[in-house]
Design a protein around this ligand. Structure first.
Ligand code: ACO
Length: 332
């Protein structure tokens, strides 16, 4: 069995904490509504750092935690659905910021499922033996994509970054289940805010029906109820499938780290999975939904709290725009 060893993790928390109370200053909402519907009390936003700078800060923290330097890294994978540039990719910008030289750099976008997909890609590259030490970073600056007039979505999201340094884990279990339902993409999307300097001809207006208002042309759009329903079923079913694949039961799992979207989604999915609450890590009350950064930020916090111990079996599970989903089980 070819598993992974997570050598270290790190995270970056942006400077501006935006509490539910602060949100009442610009939308018609309340701390009571947000807390009871989502579990979120506060989230961070990054008014002063670009996404790639946040990513690099998390990467440096992970390297330090792992006892490695940038020179040890021979592959960089960045997951983001909120890059600063169409190109170059964020991984190249992180490479420059941390001083890693020459290694391949790729970006992955599967929205909130991005970290699970990226870790899985890292695991497969490590299994080939072609690469020894891989840096996986998930960084999201969602705040520029948010319509702060839309009270149904703007309360959910935050900015943040997390990173891990991974190497091959000999004789360590690793199993994953990944999937997507592209036909549900309209439930959650954000159009690339790119206006081509292109002459108008009859019939060349694309996305005319999908993006029929200025808000839909540039901000995140979400059918909250559709995403909610998908998320509960997809997370429960992904965990069920990955357990079946591994031959393990939920009792064998020491820690479940779900995507931190909404406490009600997590609780409903956990009920279906029949997992004890005390095995589940939750930090969405402080960070909100930071998309693909949620899980590596959680890993970093768990390590800092001394709650992750070698030999523990960890299950990551998430969902996101696409709609995508994924779960993996590994030994820490
Ligand atoms: N404050 C006060 N009232 C609000 C707010 C708010 N912030 N937002 C909506 N409301 C109102 C609505 O206007 C509506 O009022 P009405 O009945 O008078 O029309 C009422 O509250 C109920 O609105 P719903 O949308 O039905 O509320 P719901 O219980 O479905 O909760 C929520 C909304 C929290 C968004 C929920 O649907 C949800 O969490 N969905 C999943 C979203 C999610 O996780 N998205 C992230 C996906 S991850 C990724 O890849 C980005």
């Amino acid at each position: 069995m070819n598993g992974i060893t997570i050598l270290g993790a790190g995270s970056y928390t942006p400077s501006l904490a935006v509490t539910n109370e602060m949100m009442t200053e610009f939308i018609d909402t309340s701390d009571e509504w947000i807390s009871s519907r989502t579990g979120i009390k506060s989230r961070y936003m990054s008014p002063d750092k670009a996404n790639y700078e946040m990513a690099a800060k998390a990467a440096k923290a992970a390297l330090e935690n792992a006892g490695k330097t940038a020179k040890d890294i021979d592959f960089i994978i960045v997951s983001t659905c909120s890059p600063d540039f169409f190109y170059p990719n964020m991984a190249c910008l992180v490479q420059k910021q941390i001083g890693a030289e020459g290694c391949p750099c790729i970006d992955i976008n599967s929205a909130c499922t991005g970290f699970i997909n990226s870790l899985d890609i890292a695991r497969n590259y490590l299994a080939t033996g072609d690469y020894k030490t891989i840096l996986v970073v998930s960084s999201e600056r969602l705040s520029p994509q948010i319509d702060f007039n839309d009270r149904g979505s703007c309360i959910l999201f935050g900015d943040g970054a997390g990173a891990v340094v991974v190497e091959y884990g000999e004789n360590k279990p690793y199993y994953s289940i990944l999937g997507a339902e592209g036909d549900m993409f309209e439930a959650l999307f954000c159009k690339a805010n790119y206006k081509p300097n292109f002459p108008k001809f009859d019939g060349n207006e694309i996305f005319k029906e999908l993006c029929d208002t200025p808000e839909k042309q540039c901000y995140l759009q979400m059918d909250g109820k559709a995403v909610y329903k998908f998320a509960v079923d997809a997370m429960a079913s992904a965990v069920d499938k990955v357990l079946n694949k591994s031959g393990l039961t939920i009792e064998d799992i020491d820690l479940v780290i779900p995507h931190q979207a909404n406490i009600r989604i997590i609780q409903s999915a956990l009920k279906k999975m029949k997992v004890d609450d005390d095995k589940v890590f939750i930090n969405l009350q402080d960070h909100g939904n930071t998309s693909s950064a949620c899980i590596p930020v959680a890993l970093s916090e768990l390590m800092a709290q001394g709650r992750l111990k070698r030999g523990m079996k960890v299950c990551l599970v998430g969902f996101g725009a696409g709609l995508t989903y994924g779960a993996c089980i590994f030994e820490y």
